[in-house]
Design a protein around this ligand. Structure first.
Ligand code: NAD
Length: 277
């Protein structure tokens, strides 16, 4: 089983560099999918209140013989629960569903700047951290302006910002800001969400050069940028393919070929205007 390396966060704790995301895994299939992922060697599981499948993640954790201290469980505060008290209540709900005492990483799912609650929400995250209920706190889909406000107005620097990131949308500026402030970049939609990235001729060419699959080449690109990456697949063969990344490297020519697919276009919502809650 491949050993996944860890990265150190700004609080001194470690996070596996590769994890398993469960966005759009139906609730009734989540337990089985997570069990398969644990069997394949994944130790980081990325869920969210909004995915409605935290119970399935919890069931798989409870049934697994992987010791709890080897697992890294992430969930995210759903948009409708931003605010101080609502965050604390929603956190309790997640912990019940996940069936664990302490969460590894809690993220604000979207900044929702139009509602102006993320600073107050972050203060509740700081309380959960101070109370020992969560080991690390972070954000998701935050842009530089949103991060700057947290840095200026609150005490704890986010450990992680989980953002849309793939070779078509490589987020150079935001990643540079993260590096400057010790925030780890976690890539969502890393494979381009099955929307054509893996068929791009540049990706296919590098895959042929390396005798690897397009998905492996793209995931390796994320690892070599220093990101944490959380691909999703409900298919056990693909789960194994997506973790089998630690015995090859992309060279400068491969990275340059991959950079040709850049479009600068997002697949998902723009965090400045995304307002769903
Ligand atoms: P992804 O880029 O991981 O794409 C998943 C799709 O890629 C699968 O449905 C499948 O069609 C395809 N795929 C997977 N492995 C493959 C392989 N080896 N070969 C060919 N095709 C393959 O997209 P995602 O699921 O949106 O993102 C991954 C995770 O990121 C999610 O499950 C979730 O945990 C997280 N996420 C977070 C946010 C956020 O707002 N924070 C948003 C979207 C996703």
């Amino acid at each position: 089983m491949p050993a996944v390396p860890s990265l150190k966060m700004n609080n001194g704790l470690e996070i596996p560099q590769l994890g398993f995301g469960v966005f759009l895994v139906p609730p009734e299939e989540t337990r089985q999918a997570v069990a398969e992922a644990l069997k394949a060697g994944y130790r980081l599981i990325d869920t969210a209140q909004g995915y409605k499948n935290e119970e399935g993640v919890g069931a798989a954790i409870a049934e697994s013989d992987v010791p709890r201290d080897e697992l890294f469980i992430t969930t995210k505060l759903t948009n409708s629960e931003q605010g101080y008290d609502t965050t604390l209540t929603a956190f309790d709900g997640s912990m019940k569903k996940l069936g664990i005492d302490v969460l590894d990483l809690f993220l604000i799912h979207w900044p929702l700047p139009m509602f102006d609650q993320y600073v107050e929400t972050w203060r509740a995250f700081e309380k959960l951290l101070a109370d020992g209920r969560v080991r690390s706190i972070g954000v998701s889909n935050f842009e530089i302006a949103h991060l700057e406000r947290l840095l200026a107005e609150t005490d704890v620097t986010p450990a992680v910002n989980q953002i849309e990131l793939h070779p078509q949308f490589p987020q150079e500026e935001l990643r540079a800001f993260h590096d400057e402030h010790g925030i780890l970049t976690e890539s969502w939609g890393p494979l381009g969400q099955g929307k054509g990235l893996l068929e791009d001729p540049s990706i296919v060419e590098v895959a042929q050069r390396k005798a690897r699959t397009p998905a492996q080449v793209v995931l390796r690109w994320h690892l070599q940028l220093g990101c944490v990456v959380i691909p999703k697949s409900a298919n056990p063969d693909r789960m194994r393919e997506n973790i089998d990344l630690f015995d090859f490297e992309l060279d400068d020519a491969d990275m340059a070929e991959i950079s040709k697919v850049r479009t600068g276009e997002r697949l998902g919502g723009d965090p400045n205007v995304f307002a769903m809650r």
